[in-house]
Each structure stands twice: as C-alpha cells, then as structure tokens.
Design a protein around this ligand. Structure first.
Ligand code: SF4
Length: 385
C-alpha cells in the first residue's frame, strides 16, 4: 500500500504586509509573480516519480495570499501537481487555497472551482473594522461578507474562517460578537488563535515586552476567558474541537493539517517551503531571488536538510499528536519506533496523569480539558535528553 502524502505550495505575495505578520510574504510586481509561477512549475517537475511510492491525499496552497495572484496561474500550478503526481480525480482529495477578503472576485472563485479547488480558507480575523484596520488587514468585514457569499454561490461548501483573539484593546464582548457573527454564517471549519506578538514585526515595536502600548493587550486572564468562550460557543453551535485551535462540523476536519499533526509525509514547493519525507526535514531557500536563480539555472534548490534522530522523531510524534483532541495512538508509536511509549515516557506519563492533565488509555494517550489549557507545559516534558 502506498504511503499518504500531502503537497503544500507557498505563494509569498500579499497586497500589503499586516502589522503582526512574520510569515515569508510581501508585495511584488505582476512580472515577479508570473516568474515565480514558472519557477514553481519547474520545481514541481523535479519530483517526478514520487507518485510510485506515495499517494497524494491533500493539496494546500498557502502564503502569503494565494488569491493575490491570477486565478489561472494558481490553477496552472495545480494542474502541474496533478500531472507530476498523477492525480486523476481532484474531487477525491482535499484541495485548499487560502484566500484573503478583498482579493477575491466572482471570476476568480469560478476559476478555482473549475480548476479543482474544493476548499477555501479565508483570513477574516475579526468582524470589527477598527480591529481589522489596527491589524493592517486590507479588507473590511463587509467585504468579507460579500466574498463569503460569492464563494458559496461559486459552489464552495467547505470553507474555513480564521479568527484571532487577544488583540490590543479587544474586549470580551467584542470578541463574542465576532464569534456569534461568524457562527451565523455556518462555515464548515473555524481556526481560532490568540495573537502572538512576534519580534521583527511592526507590532513588536509598539506592543512587545516593555513597549509603550503593551498594556493595551488583554491580560492573561482575559486571554484565557476568550479562549474558553471560543470553546463554549463553538461547541454549542455543533462544532467539534479536534485540535487545540481548530473546530469543524461533522466530517470537515482539515485533512491536510491532520497530516502534519500525525507525522505523515509532505512536500512543500516554493520559497521557504518545508518538506518532511522519509524521516528527513527540508526547508527550501528563503530568499526569493536566490530561489529563482537556482530554479532558472536548472540547479537543485538549496535546501536546509535536517535528518531527525530517533529521539527527535519521538518528541515530534508526541508534541504534534497531543495537539489533537484524540491524542496519539500507542500502537502507532510502537510500530514506528520499535519500543512502547511507556518505556520511553513512563515518568512523564505518570506525572501528568497524577496531575489530571493527561489520560493514558488502553489504546491512546490524550490531554484532558485542563491539560489542553496548559498544553505547552505538558508538552515541554516530552523533550528527551
Ligand atoms: S495576509 Fe497573511 S501572510 Fe499576508 S501579510 Fe497578512 S497575515 Fe501575513
């Protein structure tokens, strides 16, 4: 039987940089975008033959803003993937593109649909225009609503909406209103994260540690209350929380992200994209012009290569798997590493079970509700010397 494989395509372009963003992305010219698409297709060609060992189960276009480039170009990259990895029936697998409100049109959505995309992930973040403006987003809530309606009309039934809490000056009532407005739309999937102030972003200069406006960020207690509010309102609305920050209606969990959390193989294409295949992690060249140079000179792209040790693989298996509400399979651990999870993590499992943060069941190990609330603390104990 062939192993499962996910494919990721990185589109590093955005109309303008959001103030909190540290992703590899930014504005660019139409010409550069076209040249990048050509480079992507050439990079994909380099992986010919991988279809013999692997079966592609999901494709994800992320960024950046994939919807900031021509829809035909995006569809052409998808075509190239289908050709190289011999994917005949797009409907059988999950094919997602991220898209930002303010960059979508009816025509674009129709091209996506016709091209084989069957899932959209929309970056909304908030339904309050003053918050969107403060974040540096290019769209308003009204534009999002219009785009969401267009996506439905174009035939997209599987739509994720990204939300963010713990924003500067955000109140619990304001966040509740965002959740309620989004729930009224009944998207199939919701991702809800707390804002993290990353170094090197404009936000860090004003809201970072000891910076002038740090006090406008919600305190720890309010942040936790927003987190609990998300859990509660989404549960009441029928969403299943299947990962710490991800919620889905029945059968609409994101197949692609689940591949990451269960340690399956994936290949990433494009500048800075990561791959994990046969126990080795690769990261493509992060400089856009260098990446283009390698491709255009028909050379293999420069990649950072990290061969994970057995211990690192076990740590990753636990860190990622415990993010899932169903946790990790003890049998899968043993099959993969040739040793039982109890033999490796006996003391850690015992400690967190006694604290009521983890359940060591017959078949699976998973975090309890209080354990999920302090997941970083629990997971840090799974580091091996
Ligand atoms: S749209 Fe997304 S990737 Fe682009 S700058 Fe904003 S947060 Fe970053």
């Amino acid at each position: 039987m062939k192993e499962q494989l996910g494919l990721y395509v990185h589109i590093p372009f955005c109309e303008r940089k959001c103030k909190y963003c540290d992703f590899l992305s930014g504005p660019s010219s139409v010409q550069n975008k076209k040249a990048y698409i050509d480079a992507l297709k050439k990079e994909i060609e380099q992986w010919k033959g991988y279809d013999e060992k692997y079966e592609v189960v999901s494709i994800f276009f992320g960024g950046g803003t994939p919807s900031s480039i021509d829809a035909e170009d995006l569809a052409a990259v998808l075509d190239k993937l289908c050709e190289v990895f011999k994917i005949e029936d797009c409907d059988r697998i999950e094919i997602t593109t991220e898209a930002n409100p303010g960059t979508l049109t009816k025509e674009k959505l129709e091209v996506y649909k016709k091209g084989g995309f069957n899932r959209l992930s929309l970056g909304l973040q908030s339904t309050h225009n003053e918050e969107l403006k403060m974040l540096g987003r290019i769209h308003t809530y009204e534009e999002f609503l219009e785009n969401y309606k267009m996506a439905k009309e174009a035939g997209f039934t599987n739509i994720n909406i990204d939300l963010m809490s713990a924003l500067p000056n955000q109140t619990k009532e304001g966040y509740r209103q965002t959740l309620e407005r989004v729930l009224a739309l009944k998207p199939s999937h919701i991702s809800a994260y707390s804002l993290i102030i990353e170094e090197g972003t404009p936000f860090y200069e004003v809201y970072g540690e000891d910076k002038e406006l740090e006090h406008t960020l919600p305190d720890e207690e309010t942040d936790r209350e927003m987190y609990h509010m998300t859990k509660q309102l989404l549960k009441e609305a029928g969403y299943d929380r299947y990962e710490i920050s991800n919620y889905a209606l029945d059968g609409k969990e994101c197949i692609h992200n689940k591949l990451y959390w269960t340690g399956k193989a994936y290949l990433g294409f494009g500048v800075g994209a990561s791959s994990y295949i046969e126990g080795v992690r690769y990261r493509n060249e992060e400089d856009l012009s260098e990446y283009m140079n390698y491709i255009n000179k028909k050379k293999d792209i420069k990649r950072d290569v990290t061969k994970l040790s057995q211990n690192e693989k076990m740590e990753e298996f636990m860190f990622l798997g415990l993010r899932l509400i169903q946790g990790v399979s003890k049998q899968a651990f043993e099959t993969q590493f040739g040793v039982s999870v109890e033999e490796v993590y006996k003391d850690v499992l015992k400690k967190h079970e006694q604290e009521g943060l983890l359940i060591n069941g017959k078949e699976r190990i998973y975090l309890t509700e209080p354990g999920l609330d302090v997941s970083s603390y629990v997971m840090s104990d799974f580091l091996l010397e």
